[in-house]
Design a protein around this ligand. Structure first.
Ligand SMILES: [Zn+2]
Length: 153
């Protein structure tokens, strides 16, 4: 796999070439991409002069995933997930949970995230003592019949 390596001096490159193959090297900054075995990450990190090492593809994918269109900024922005109390109506009863909300890192506007939204709703239903009978359908059985583990346990 490919590792992105930030290094201190050129002599570090020679040492890295004993572990893997340098796939490309930036001529402007001290970064290079090293093809090596996944298990070699620790070895790479311990090479003298290596300042930082992380899997190349994984980081790029994460960054792409964390960018989303912000309605207020009118452009793609990096996002962050914050936790805050949200109240959802569950079968007519307001239920407050600690929700995970995706917000714009620049202006703080809430950005819709279907996965987070569904997980929040599920948490609210569970907190209200409901059980899921089929996908998307919840009922609230009598307390004694409810075998669903409460999220606080
Ligand atoms: Zn924004």
């Amino acid at each position: 796999m490919r590792f992105m390596v930030r290094y201190d001096t050129d002599s570090t490159i020679e040492l890295l070439e004993h572990i893997g193959q340098v796939a490309f090297r930036s001529s402007l900054v001290n970064w290079l991409a090293l093809e090596a075995n996944k298990a070699d990450k620790q070895r790479i990190a311990q090479v003298p002069g290596v300042l930082e090492v992380y899997p190349g593809r994984a980081r790029r994918r994460e960054e792409a995933k964390s960018q989303r269109y912000c309605d207020r900024c009118c452009t793609q922005r990096y996002t962050t997930v914050i936790q805050r109390a949200e109240t959802y109506p569950v079968l007519g009863e307001p239920t407050t949970i600690t929700a995970n909300v995706c917000v714009c890192r620049t202006c703080g506007t809430d950005l819709f995230d279907m996965e987070l939204d569904e997980a929040n709703l599920t948490r609210a239903y569970i907190q209200a003592g409901c059980v899921q009978t089929e996908a998307g359908r919840w009922t609230k059985p009598e307390a004694s019949e409810c075998e669903f583990p409460s999220p606080t346990e």
